[in-house]
Ligand binder design. Structure first.
Ligand code: PMP
Ligand code: GLN
Length: 385
């Protein structure tokens, strides 16, 4: 069942996390926090389980969560949504993305424009839909898209422009110019926009702007996010998609046969999270900023060139100083847990096969761990430099 281009090969996250566990390495590979989220959210899930919220929830998600998602979108972005028709709860952002791509793509004639490097499930889901992935490069060291590259990638064959902002694995946040151009191109070529905003609250500078708030965008945009990163509950897999009712209905048509429904007791708990005061979201961003700075300083001290991210958990470094002749970043990442006691992910895991060479010395380090853990990783990397 492996697709010819390897899009359905085993995910890099499973491989690197297994190596980290085997060698007791500090895991800056797979992006998951090493601390629990807010106690109010955890208590709400426990309370829901104890009070019998343990059977199939409604297909679109529990009303309390859909209302909380609508309130969150209004409070942070001024977006008005009808919780009955314009919001669907999914098994994480992953299911929202996969169901959206399966629902909206018709086969080999359809193209999906994706910013490369890209989160690995995108290529897999596009392959499952039988469509074609058209990459727009984020080149080292700026890791920003070039508007001409973007214009060249979008055509009348483009069915979807898939936008991950803040971006995994680069930490890039798109500029207003790029967002504007995406909407103009989608209008010109009658394409849809699907956004992945799971890092919306992990921003180190300016606040996040959803593309659907731009003039002309709302009618053709599906906005996806999840509670995993925002509430440090990546194992709960509660995500959501919002947008025009007909597009959300199309995603629901697929979702019902993927998982039917998901995570009943976690849904009211994530609703509690979405309603937490501003101080929670401000502290989350401030903490991430501290961790980013600590990791960046550690990677620099280890002798690497580093790209300072504006958002997400991730920092990309050029590990060339550590590479022996003939090695690339993927060799380094496979050896790193044993050799140095640190795990990280090579950017080659996030690119199409023909572009691997351009990313062959770049590695993604995740700063979603406690500061003492990040400091220990930095110490180990510096010692091996
Ligand atoms: N999109 C991006 C960009 C991610 O980094 C992740 C990481 N987990 C996901 C989607 C998946 O989110 P979820 O766990 O909610 O499915
Ligand atoms: N989103 C996380 C990352 O990019 C986890 C991904 C996963 O385990 N599938 O590291």
């Amino acid at each position: 069942l492996l697709s010819p281009d390897g899009a359905l090969a085993p995910t890099i996250f499973a491989e690197i996390t297994a190596a980290a566990v085997r060698h007791d390495a500090v895991n800056l590979g797979q992006g998951f926090p090493d601390e629990d989220g807010p106690i109010e959210v955890l208590d709400a899930a426990t309370e829901a389980i104890r009070s019998g919220v343990n059977q199939y929830p409604p297909g679109r998600g529990m009303p309390v969560l859909r209302d909380a998602i609508a309130d969150h979108q209004h409070r942070f972005y001024g977006i008005d949504l009808d919780p009955e028709r314009e919001i669907l709860v999914t098994a994480g952002a992953t299911e929202a993305l996969t169901a959206a791509l399966l629902a909206l793509l018709d086969g080999p004639e359809d193209e999906v424009v994706v910013f490369e490097p890209y989160y690995d499930s995108y290529a897999a889901a596009i392959a499952l839909a039988g469509a074609r992935l058209v990459p727009v490069p984020l080149r080292w060291p700026a890791l920003e898209p070039d508007l001409d590259d973007l214009r060249a990638a979008v055509s009348d064959r483009t069915r979807i422009i898939l936008v991950n902002d803040p971006h995994n694995p680069t930490g890039t946040m798109f500029t207003a110019d790029v967002r504007q151009e995406i909407v103009l191109l989608a209008e010109r070529h009658d394409a849809l926009i699907v956004t992945d905003e799971v890092y919306e609250h992990l921003v180190m500078g300016a606040a996040h702007t959803p593309i659907s708030t731009l003039p002309g965008a709302a009618g053709r945009t599906l906005t996806i996010s999840s509670g995993g990163k925002t509430f440090r509950t990546t194992g709960w897999k509660v995500g959501w998609v919002s947008g025009p009712a007909d597009l959300v209905d199309a995603v629901l048509a697929v979702k019902q046969y993927l998982t039917y429904v998901n995570g009943a007791p976690f849904q009211p708990a994530i609703a509690v999270g979405l309603g937490l005061p501003d101080t929670y979201f401000d502290d989350l961003a401030a903490t991430q900023r501290e961790r980013r700075d600590l990791l960046g300083a550690g990677l620099t001290a280890a002798g690497f060139d580093v790209s300072i991210p504006a958002g997400s958990y991730f920092t990309v470094a050029d590990v060339r100083p550590m590479m022996a002749p003939g090695e690339d970043a993927s060799d380094i990442c496979r050896a790193l847990p044993e050799r140095v006691g640190v795990a990280a992910i090579p950017l080659t895991a996030f690119v199409t096969a023909e572009h691997r060479a351009q990313y062959s010395s770049l590695v993604r380090f995740a700063a979603c761990k406690r500061t003492d853990v990040i400091a220990e990783a930095a110490r180990r990397l510096a010692a091996s430099a």
